[in-house]
Write a protein that binds this ligand. Structure first.
Ligand SMILES: *Cc1c(COP(=O)(O)O)cnc(C)c1O
Length: 432
């Protein structure tokens, strides 16, 4: 079968020189030799550059800050990664008590934390209130009452936003679309005003903002503008009723290029949104953006070793030591990741499905890839910095891979490879 060449994303931090792939100044082959595979490799400069592009776009020509960045850490929550963003000035978007604990572990300012998620438990709400987070984004009327109850028990006030479900189509994969009325996220558009009225009457609740997040891997600005207009209509109505909103959280979701996608330029994107906010007379609001994928997605690769080549009547399989357990996106969303040989070879190129060792037919990493590879070769799976390691599992009793960050000529282990024995250390057999 002849497959057409699929373009690779353009990357910063990773490059090919004379057939050899590098992370900054270190050959990926050297990293694989030193740290083993499968291995997640991130580039510090790629993280920083992605952040700085956003940060620059959030400041106007006079140097006035127009928006704040709260990195959505579910995309990649390694302490070293989130600490890099903290040092660059980011706040964080959290979706669990576990992520709150990570933010506190690196000494993030609680006032830079926003807590979202459809199913926050009373325990998680209490932890967030005790920590003193900037805002809890409320996703249902029942949750609003639970927050009020927990805050009453603790004798604390609860700063909240309502997460609006604006019912706009983000034109992305159905599993990562969150702003349609059939999605589980947010408060239905027609119930938002009534819920704000209710919130403003609750003893321990402080209404501070409004929020929406319409999905992920969005590659056009139009759905954001649709959502923004609908949210601003609500803010205007609330103002008439004397309910004052201080911040406007527009969520994350901006896409990246995995192959030939062309997401909007960050500056054009933020200008379009922030100009609309100003034009409609809401320039005084603090705007919050919550990018995840677009800060880390193209700042990481997954290195893997070819275990076997298995030619077949219908398909040739390239069986590698990484699997859906390391990178679940292909199995979960049929996501595409560029796959390149780490060192160019003279081997005969064939079309392969690149698959892992896990006992599932859904365990594949790339389909119909034209690759010149031999057993023992290294492959780099590109654009694996977001929703990669964080979705890793121990299925088939597979230890999770190590993660490293490359900074120039230096490589740092930021998470050690798991040991097999660790995986069942907390299990026990029944007594005799
Ligand atoms: C996941 C998520 C984000 C980040 O989405 P990306 O597509 O990674 O930018 C932002 N805000 C909320 C509430 C989220 O759930």
């Amino acid at each position: 079968m002849i497959s057409k060449a699929i373009p690779l994303p353009s990357l910063t931090g990773f490059s090919e020189r004379n057939g050899n792939w590098y992370a900054e100044d270190i050959a990926l082959a050297d990293l694989a030799r030193e740290f083993g595979t499968p291995l997640y490799v991130y580039s510090k400069s790629a993280l920083s550059k992605a952040y700085q592009a956003y940060d620059k776009a959030c400041v106007d020509k006079q140097g006035k800050r127009r928006a704040r960045i709260h990195y959505a850490m579910k995309a990649n929550s390694n302490l070293a990664v989130i600490n890099c963003f903290k040092e660059l000035g980011a706040g964080f978007d959290l979706v669990s008590g576990g992520e709150l604990a990570r933010a506190l572990a690196i000494g993030a300012d609680p006032k830079s934390l926003v807590f979202a998620g459809v199913g926050k438990s009373a325990k998680e709400i209490a932890e967030a209130l005790k920590a003193g987070v900037k805002c809890i984004n409320v996703e249902s009327i029942a949750e609003l009452h639970k927050i009020n109850r927990v805050a009453t028990e603790l004798g604390l006030r609860a700063p909240i936003s309502l997460r609006v479900n604006p019912d706009v189509d983000a034109q992305t994969h159905p599993y990562i679309s969150t702003g349609l009325k059939g999605n589980k996220f947010g408060i239905a558009y027609h119930e938002v005003l009534k819920t704000y009225r209710e919130a403003s009457q609750l003893a321990q609740i402080d209404v501070v903002g409004i929020d929406c997040h319409i999905g992920s891997q969005i590659t056009t600005t139009a759905p954001y503008l649709d959502a923004l207009d609908k949210v601003l209509d609500l803010v205007a109505q609330l103002k008439k009723e004397g309910i004052v909103i201080h911040h406007l959280d527009l969520g994350g979701g901006l896409g990246i290029s995995y192959s030939d996608e062309t997401p909007p330029d960050i500056t054009d994107f933020t200008d379009t949104l922030l100009n609309r906010v100003a034009e409609r007379g809401f320039g005084h609001l603090d705007v919050v953006l919550e990018p995840g994928r677009s800060l880390v997605g193209n700042a990481g690769v997954l290195l893997t070793t070819v275990e076997y080549l298995k030619p077949g009547a219908e398909k040739n399989f390239c069986i590698v030591d990484a699997a859906m357990t390391e990178l679940m996106r292909p199995a979960l969303y049929e996501a595409h990741h560029g796959i390149v040989p780490v060192q160019a070879k003279q081997a005969k190129a064939l079309t392969y499905d690149v698959v892992g060792p896990v006992c599932e037919s859904g365990d594949w990493l790339g389909r119909d890839r034209h690759l010149a590879v031999e057993e023992g070769d290294l492959l780099a799976i590109l654009s694996a910095g977001a929703y990669g390691f964080v979705m890793a599992s121990n299925y088939n009793t597979r230890p999770k891979p190590a993660e490293i960050i490359v900074d120039g000529k230096n490589a740092y282990v930021i998470r050690a490879r798991e040991n097999t024995s660790d995986l069942f250390a907390s299990e026990a057999v029944l007594p005799k």
